[in-house]
Ligand binder design. Structure first.
Ligand code: PAN
Ligand code: ZN
Length: 195
């Protein structure tokens, strides 16, 4: 019996909702406590409405090293203060596991860093493939104020997610909205996790 194996699903424009998925995860503003620079703006937006920031459609597979977990993320547009909507961001729990992203729609950035102090911020644009190397934390940012940032991702089944390190230290770089376009700036609240 091979009926339950997700051999194929379709990812088609214009909406890119996968034709088949097992989980639909919804993350709201409330799950981003402490992550945005403008904490006052965050608090007042949250009181108004715990709005949906992003949605992830996952194909479920066993969480072992032979498998590849994959799915599609829809990061909705918006601002918290001057900071664009973004994902929580994480290291993989098994830190030496990489990931591949394929941007399908919208415009944004992938903010990345490792514990050695290296960082990178790369634009995500339709058709662009982004490789997240092993040991690099990653967070996506939607720099459009109008449309979703949509990307397909795939990573090893045993990778797991470490959200705690980023919750405590943040990312070194922020992407802020300005009249001149998105600005990549140092995060004044960044602080290394003590080991
Ligand atoms: C992606 C992300 C997804 C949501 O599938 O998990 O875009 O972002 P957060 O997990 O940071 O909330 C991925 O990088 N998986 O490993
Ligand atoms: Zn990841």
């Amino acid at each position: 019996m091979t009926m339950d194996i997700p051999f194929i699903f379709e990812l088609r424009p214009p909406d890119f909702i996968p034709s088949r998925f097992d989980n639909h995860i919804i993350r709201t503003l409330g799950s981003m406590e402490g992550q945005y620079l403008d904490q006052q703006a965050f608090a007042s937006l949250l009181v108004e409405d715990d709005r949906v920031l992003y949605e992830v459609y996952e194909t479920q597979r066993p969480h072992n090293s032979g498998e590849l977990l994959n799915g599609v993320t829809f990061l909705h547009p918006g601002l918290v203060g001057d900071e664009y909507n973004m994902t929580k961001g994480h290291f993989h729990q098994v830190a030496n596991t990489a990931e591949v992203y394929l941007c399908l729609k919208g415009q944004g950035y992938m903010v990345m860093e490792n514990l050695q102090g290296e960082w990178a911020v790369e634009a995500l644009l339709p058709g662009r493939v982004l490789y997240v190397p092993p040991f690099w934390a990653h967070r996506s940012v939607n720099s459009s104020l109008e449309e979703d940032l949509v990307f397909f991702f795939v990573y090893p089944g045993h990778a797991g997610h470490d959200y705690g390190t980023i919750e405590r230290q943040g990312f070194r770089k922020l992407v802020l909205h300005s009249k001149a376009g998105p600005q990549i700036v140092d995060n004044p609240r960044w602080q290394p996790v003590k080991v």
